[in-house]
Design a protein around this ligand. Sequence first.
Ligand code: NAD
Length: 471
Amino acid sequence: MTATINVRNPRTGKNDYTITPPSASELALRCTQLREAQVAWQENGVEYRISVLQKWKEAATRHKTSLQEALIHDTGRKWESILEADLLFSSIDRWCRLGREFFTEQASKPSHVPFIEIRQDVQPFPLVGVISPWNFPLLLSLIDAIPALMAGCAVIVKPSEITPRFVKPMMQIIEEVPELASVLVYVEGAGETGGTIIQNVDLVCFTGSVATGRHVYKAAADRFIPAFLELGGKDAALVFEGANLDHATSSLLWGSTANAGQSCLSVERIYVQQSIYTDFLEQLTAKAQKLSFCYPDIDTGKIGPIISEKQVAIINDHLHDALQKGAQILTGTGQCEEHGGGMWCFPTVLTNVNHNMKIMTEETFGPILPVMPFQDENEAVAFANGTIFGLSGAVFAKSHEEAHRIGLRMHCGAISLNESALTAIIHEGEKQSFKASGIGGTRMGAAALKRFVRQRTFLTKVQNVVSPWWY
Ligand code: NAD
């Protein structure tokens, strides 16, 4: 368990960093310390927690550059790393605001028995474990941790072993705020460390693949602790006659290829009404061709490297499978390319695709745009919903009302109307993942705080009467 893990650099392909996971007993000890510190964290109240989180934001702002540099090193891309750090700062403010609203004291209320009054409060789960993936390493390590802290929990975070370089600067930032350092700890490690965390916490928030999510859910069930799972997707976009094609193609190009397609909420299937199919493909292809890699200069181009080596194999397999089954390639080379030791995938527009291909049914997690025609609305909706996943989707139509009407028929948790992948930017809308894309309450919006507390009721007899149900 304490064996060192080598970490690959996505731009050079070389192992240039190592992490050493804690032993199971070290991890258990840290969890005990976190539990001890959580008592005061909860008792000191919401205004105290807000003031500490604000100090953390100030410390993070002072060290923003070192955090961003580590993230860039982790992921090989720059623009998205800057965005991740910025989203962290704005989310601290948002949770402080929502926390204050959520924790306003509730007045007593009468029950249906006239002499019994009800008072309620909420009790945080003492220790929350967060296990996160590599595609947005900083953002996804904190997306559940910040509301959990706000709710009064202590938190232990285990980010992905594929992108752990940001952990060191983040720990330094946290250590500058001792009140926070006692209730927020990052640990490095891979699956085994994730498994040990589940054995030591009271609630687990997991973001990652469906396959690992299944293990996590079973391990949590064995301990009777809640598990909130945010898993993979195969998001569909539907483009109808009457939609603005210039706008739709620009939006979908971004929605499919931002972060080189390495987003759970990337658009991975595009269905276009037959009557506009040719025009749509022409516009999309022309725009995709203009994109370029952020290589050799990280400051140029839009498409970063494929961060995980394992993902390169999956993208290549899906492309190979599609091309072998008759897909036609309009942009890209049909496989990931090696440049300077890193692996890169050019935005790939595919046509002549069908649902016997992995590229249309399994999560690819790359900048691939398979486009398929549909005849009518019923067929479009059936295509979109014909998947084990239910994360998000998009509808482009002649008006927002029409897009909304069609969106109501989609079986997923967030639907962008005349835009795509908007949950990458907007985190306030409450939403849940459908089907294999996840389980549990919303991680966005005020209701997300409810996941981290248990509700408690106090029942008081307010009149000195004989209770009629007594013997
Ligand atoms: P992954 O499932 O391989 O790993 C995720 C995390 O789980 C890592 O920290 C890993 O070390 C840990 N882990 C592995 N085995 C474990 C075990 N047995 N017990 C406990 N922890 C274990 O996923 P990944 O490849 O890092 O991330 C990509 C996946 O994440 C994609 O499927 C993507 O769609 C999904 N994702 C989902 C969302 C969302 O919000 N729904 C967001 C981002 C990514």
